[in-house]
Design a protein. Structure first.
Length: 165
């Protein structure tokens, strides 16, 4: 198996969409506040009717942003996974955000996620960043285990409520 990690291009969007949509429809535990805020999923954790359209707008924006890096894992010529990372600043020092890392269900368990994460960490280091955060669905235990194996620590919980009008 020949795996190449490279910067994503617009031509990769359909493959990334397939991986993303397969994942959120078959693994609802993946859905976190990010997908809800974006309108890709509703607050019950189910994909929305306009979810694909919202995600396509998001990925196009990511590909054109100078503070965001989209990487794909190409396995024997086929996109088998991707990551979306960004540089953020909330008034303190710049920090990294791992927005997404997804692997096709057919390619999981082959070390592709680890290779993508390694490239992401190298990109952040080149940017001079010292800290990386990510958010994950509360029941996405396989991802939690993956990140803990790679040295991430649980630092907070995210809560939400509906505001009455």
């Amino acid at each position: 198996m020949n795996t190449t990690i490279r910067e994503a291009h617009a031509a990769d969007i359909p493959a990334m969409m397939d991986i993303f949509w397969e994942h959120i429809t078959q693994s609802p535990e993946y859905i976190s506040h990010g997908e809800m805020q974006m309108g890709v999923a509703d607050f019950s954790g189910k994909p929305t009717v306009q979810g694909k359209e919202k995600w396509l707008a998001y990925i196009r924006q990511c590909l054109s942003s100078k503070k965001t890096q989209v990487m794909v894992a190409e396995i024997d010529g086929t996109i088998g996974g991707f990551s979306i990372i960004s540089i953020n600043n909330d008034g303190g020092a710049n920090y990294g955000m791992l927005n997404d890392i997804l692997i096709s269900s057919k390619m999981r368990g082959k070390g592709i996620g680890s290779k993508l994460l390694e490239e992401d960490l190298a990109w952040f280091a080149k940017q001079g960043l010292k800290t990386l955060y990510l958010e994950s669905g509360k029941n996405n235990h396989a991802a939690h285990d993956f990140f803990e194996r790679h040295g991430f620590l649980l630092t907070s919980y995210i809560f939400r409520t509906e505001i009455a009008s």
